[in-house]
Design a protein around this ligand. Structure first.
Ligand code: CU
Length: 370
């Protein structure tokens, strides 16, 4: 006799077969042999705001995607006054590079801590499950490397950051050690109706809050080493008021010659991360056509946003098609942070002006009575 229960189980089995896609956390364990049989792809990471080439829609089944990231402790200049900062970086950039995979892929990261560094480091992927996001399995001293594999079971934009033990965690994060991984749905991005969305370009903007100590005269202090800067820096950190809030590691890193380029009619995906502190991106003169504020693609995007909210410890994504040429400031819309502390980037967009959308009907001229 065919029971209702069997019918339900049968339907569930049929759904699983039809789904056919990544075996997620609840499915039977995948064996090492099965993972070893998967195709592998080696990616060379690129410095933000650019992102390595990738397919938006997966062209095959799950694979193992290999990344290599050296960690680099170094001194960098973070503003146009020449302020020196004891940075800690993934791959030499702040933020670290964005990785892109598809849901169901395996991420295989070789993390390298060269012996020119002075501290232990690791990596906590918010996209990963277990062992402190991988942090417990990746702690390496200078002169060591480690290889971590995790399965990307949830789609979205997720922060990764260094999380060595205890009191060191916030210091490493606000010294620059964060980045983002974007896990795309295998079928690509969708709007709230399930229709496909595509982007022509993707830019990754990482926002950093820095806490640079000052001397008695109020000038920023410089230090010989990271260790020497630690005690003073923690004192500033405890005040919770950053001295700098910047995009891509320095004030002006994405303006002028380094402005991001686009064209009228082009659709741009802007991924924005903040590993430590809340922020609120806004594109002056534009909008977020579709915004995954929390960055998680299983949720339908919000539409037509003016400003969006990125929680500290997360990355979000906004899709926008440029409709007018010109220079667009992309800011953290706490405007004190944007203008005084540095959180401003520029998009330079080429193309034809649309008078229908906006026109200066009368140019500035003396006030008349009627
Ligand atoms: Cu670290």
């Amino acid at each position: 006799m065919f029971t209702r229960r069997q019918a339900l189980l049968g339907a569930a089995a049929a759904t699983m077969v039809a789904g056919a896609l990544p075996k997620l956390a609840s499915a039977a364990p995948v064996t090492e042999a099965e993972i070893a049989a998967l195709p592998r792809q080696k990616i060379t990471l690129v410095a933000p705001p650019f992102v390595h080439a990738h397919d938006q829609v997966a062209t095959s089944g799950p694979k193992v995607v290999e990344f290599t990231m050296p960690i680099e402790e170094k001194k960098v200049v973070i503003d146009d006054e020449g302020t020196e900062f004891q940075a800690m970086t993934f791959n030499g950039s702040m933020p670290g590079p964005m990785m892109v995979v598809h849901e169901g892929d395996y991420v295989e990261l070789t993390l390298i801590n060269p012996d020119t560094n002075s501290m232990p480091h690791n990596i906590d992927f918010h996209a990963a499950t277990g062992a402190l996001g991988g942090g417990a399995l990746t702690l390496i001293n200078p002169g060591e490397q480690v290889k971590l594999r995790f399965k990307a079971t949830r789609s979205g934009t997720f922060v990764y950051h260094c999380a060595p033990e205890g009191a060191m965690i916030p210091w490493h994060v606000v010294s620059g050690m964060s980045g983002t991984i974007m896990v795309l749905p295998r079928e690509g991005l969708k709007n709230e109706k399930g229709e496909a969305l595509r982007y022509d370009k993707v830019f990754y903007i990482g926002e950093n809050d820095f806490y640079v100590p000052r001397d008695e005269e109020g000038n920023y202090k410089t230090y010989e080493s990271h260790g020497e800067s630690y005690a003073d820096t923690v004192q500033v950190m405890r005040g919770l008021i950053p001295t700098h809030v910047v995009f891509n590691g320095a004030k002006g890193a994405l303006t002028g010659d380094n402005a991001m380029k686009s064209k009228v009619g082009e659709t741009v995906l802007i991924v924005h991360s903040q590993a430590n502190r809340d922020t609120r991106p806004h594109l002056i003169g534009g909008h977020g056509d579709y915004v995954w504020e929390e960055g998680k693609f299983a949720n339908p995007p919000a539409k037509d946003l003016e400003t969006w909210f990125i929680r500290g410890g997360s990355a979000g994504a906004a899709l926008y098609t440029f409709l007018q040429p010109g220079v667009y400031a992309y800011v953290n819309h706490n405007l004190i942070e944007a203008v005084e502390l540095g959180a401003t980037a520029h998009f330079v967009v080429e193309g034809e002006w649309n008078d229908d959308l906006m026109k200066q009907v009368v140019a500035p001229s003396p006030i008349t009575t009627n």
